[in-house]
Design a protein around this ligand. Structure first.
Ligand code: PMP
Length: 367
């Protein structure tokens, strides 16, 4: 089987499974208990936090473990905004775990403004800045699009927002960028940054919210006061250990190889009549293609029967029809129906990628 839907989720590294297994079968003590074995588990959480913080370019005190980016994003919107009367500005390219929360706040009367995308897939920065004003409480722009892999210039956006709206908080959804872009969070100038571990070879159900040092944020989930009172609930020690192990494994791979592989695939598919969506300024880990002659869902099933797994838009958009993000880039519904998403991980081989590409192009040509 050739798996090219890594933007939806990745296979867990064997060593990350083993780390989780040890935490479940041997080091299973509650990290908040006071006896020595439990303290050791607590120390191992802190060790994992340091490893992850190092890998993503943050201080360990700035990372709070959550159940994943959906929780982290909800936290920012529901409890992370200080100026409750201010407006919120998001981009039209947000994942549903940001977009739907913003829509819920809008339905409750909040002034939510949506900045359009450019046809290349990045947010229209001029339009975004025209929506930001001195009453803006929060600006949230996804770092790497989960649909196209296109990178938004978060650092520039953060600088411009801070000049125009010094009180605004800045959030970015970093799910598709951590580890893959190799950009330290601390250099982006954001206040909040969300991540999920299952996109980098760790299990589903663990992630973090980066909270810039010095920011006074209210907890979203309250209870036993774990995670320095910021996120209650007994920590998911097996998955935290697996997350740390996975990021360490990723460090051993050469990410530039994937960027070069995507470039080669872009040329191959273009020559075969496919249109690349979001070709430039891309993380390299996602290749969105508008295919000739055939609907994405049909193609997905044909190649699945030949052992190739590809995506068709974000899995999280579930059964919802259409694609909000691709349509914000100006694609017509009949093009969106023909869009597939190939997504790679650090260990995707060139042979597999090209074998899959051949199966995909053959399936389209036979129509
Ligand atoms: N943001 C982005 C960009 C994503 O790709 C995803 C996962 N598809 C999420 C947020 C939500 O992550 P999770 O489902 O792990 O909470």
């Amino acid at each position: 089987m050739i798996y090219l839907d890594n933007a939806a989720t990745t296979k867990v590294f064997d060593s990350a499974v083993r780390a989780a297994e040890t935490a479940m079968l041997t080091d299973y003590f509650n990290p908040n208990a006071t006896y020595k074995s439990a303290v050791a588990v607590n120390n191992s959480i802190e060790n994992s936090r340091s490893i992850i913080a190092n890998a993503v370019g943050a201080d360990k005190e700035e990372l709070v473990f959550t159940s994943g980016a959906t929780e982290s994003n909800n936290w920012v919107f529901y409890c992370g905004i200080k100026n409750h009367k201010g407006n919120i500005v998001i981009s039209a390219g947000e994942h549903s775990s940001v977009y739907e929360v913003a829509m819920q706040l809008k339905n409750r009367g909040k002034d939510v403004r949506i900045a359009p995308l450019l046809p290349c897939g990045t947010v229209n920065e001029d339009a975004l800045m025209s929506l930001v004003d001195e009453n803006t409480a929060l600006v949230s722009v996804i770092h790497v699009s989960n649909e196209t892999g296109v990178i938004n210039p978060i650092k520039n956006i953060a600088t411009a927002v801070r000049q125009k709206a010094p009180k605004a908080l800045i959030h970015s959804d970093g799910v598709q960028s951590i580890i893959k872009l190799g950009m330290p969070i601390s250099g982006l100038g954001v206040d909040y940054y969300s991540a999920s571990a299952h996109k980098v070879g760790a299990p589903k159900g663990i992630g973090f919210l980066y909270i810039r040092r010095g920011l006074n944020v209210s907890p979203f989930i309250v209870g036993g006061g774990q995670e320095r009172g910021l996120r209650s609930g007994t920590q998911n020690t097996p998955y935290i250990g697996a997350f740390a192990e996975a990021v360490s494994r990723c460090e051993k791979y050469d990410r530039s190889r994937i960027i070069a592989l995507r470039k080669e695939l872009c040329d191959y598919f273009t020559c075969n009549g496919f249109k690349v969506i979001g070709e430039n300024n891309n993380s390299g880990f996602i290749l969105c293609l508008c295919v000739p002659n055939i609907k994405a869902e049909i193609l997905q099933n044909i190649v699945h029967d030949k052992g190739v797994i590809i995506g068709k838009g974000a899995a999280c958009s579930g059964s919802k029809r259409g694609n909000r993000v691709l349509s914000a880039m100006g694609l017509k519904p009949e093009e969106i129906e023909r869009c597939i998403r190939l997504s790679f991980f650090v260990d995707t081989s060139r042979d597999d990628a090209f074998a899959a590409a051949k199966i995909i192009t053959d399936a389209c040509q036979k129509r």
